[in-house]
Design a protein. Structure first.
Length: 337
């Protein structure tokens, strides 16, 4: 019998996996139903008012930029001299802004797929990451604790092959499920936008950015799945992975972060796994370093710093890779009886 097919059957037959799939579908259904109940298609009057408000907001942005330029050139009228303007007027230049106000920003009770698909996708990725970690931990943890791995080794007495097949099957199944869930999830909200809201601006840039976010999210889901699998293998139990994750969150993400802030450690966020997760998903993340302006003498100081997506991915890959190698090494030497 094919080992991959056998592992896939064992994975899909687990009640915990089936329960997690049901909970995943339930969470999606509740989110979609809540969105549908709280949305409506805007009337022509609502659209006209929203367009007028968006146009007025863009006009105010143009006025602020022009006043900033006049201040730099010394042509600012006395009545607006006391207003604050940045030293670099490009910061308020409407052309350089990431996005300009649009009519959908001023519509209430209207679901707009173009503007809300990104936060909805973040929610999906977060749920799939949790799903992957829990399923990965329970899949190997239950087998190790119940003796299922020992029985499997009697049939196929190659430890590395068996554990590698388990991990590969787990990652493949998780990826397929995540892709199917993503398509169903986004398609559902696209239909809601078309029938009970607005589609929004769905140009090539929108789909490219959404696709890039989704791809980064799928990588994160696979890493979380492998991480849960590795921790449970090292601890020989599902609870070992859950306990490690909980201990890390309490001791390091909360406790150590507080200590680093008290002692004014430079750039403390770079030591937090959550910071790297956020930087990878967003492409980059900016943080504020309070100690960076300690010697500025009261002048202007930019104490922000950036974690890039490449650096964050490297950290996540190294962490997962080290734990996976340690898990395989321990599994090879360990007495399983």
């Amino acid at each position: 019998m094919n080992l991959v097919r056998a592992e896939l059957e064992r994975l899909t037959a687990r009640r915990f996996v089936q329960l997690m799939v049901v909970l995943l579908a339930l969470a999606f259904g509740v989110t979609a139903a809540t969105t549908l109940a709280g949305s409506h298609q805007p009337s022509p009057v609502e659209l006209a008012e929203a367009r007028a408000q968006a146009a007025d907001a863009r006009r105010q942005m143009d006025e602020i930029y022009q006043q900033c330029v006049d201040r730099v050139n010394g042509n600012l009228p006395p009545e607006v001299e006391e207003q604050y303007y940045p030293a670099d007027c490009s910061e308020v230049d409407p052309v350089r802004q990431e996005r300009l106000p649009v009519a959908t920003d001023y519509l209430t009770g209207v679901f707009t797929f173009g503007s809300q698909a990104r936060p909805l996708l973040f929610f999906l990725i977060a749920f799939l990451v949790l799903f992957g970690f829990l399923v990965g931990a329970s899949y190997i943890g239950a087998d190790l604790n119940s003796g299922g791995v020992v029985n499997l080794l009697l049939w196929r007495p190659r430890r590395m092959t068996v554990l590698g097949t388990k991990l590969g099957t787990l990652l493949g199944a998780t990826l397929v499920l995540s892709l199917l869930a993503s398509v169903a999830y986004l398609a559902t909200f696209w239909v809601i936008g078309q029938t009970a809201g607005l589609a929004g601006q769905l140009d090539a840039d929108f789909w490219r950015e959404l696709g890039a976010l989704h791809a980064r999210g799928m990588v994160l889901v696979l890493l979380a799945t492998a991480l849960g699998f590795a921790l449970a293998t090292l601890g020989r139990h599902t609870s070992a992975a859950l306990g490690t994750a909980a201990a890390y969150a309490v001791v390091w993400e909360l406790g150590a972060r507080l200590v680093l802030e008290i002692v004014d450690a430079p750039r403390p966020d770079r030591f937090m796994l959550s910071s790297h997760v956020g930087a990878w998903l967003a492409g980059e993340a900016r943080f504020w370093d309070a100690s960076g302006c300690a010697s500025s003498g009261g002048g202007f100081c930019d104490a922000s710093y950036t974690l890039t997506g490449g650096t964050a991915l490297t950290v996540l890959l190294v962490l997962t890779g080290v734990l996976a190698v340690a898990a395989f090494a321990a599994f090879r030497r360990r007495d399983l009886i």
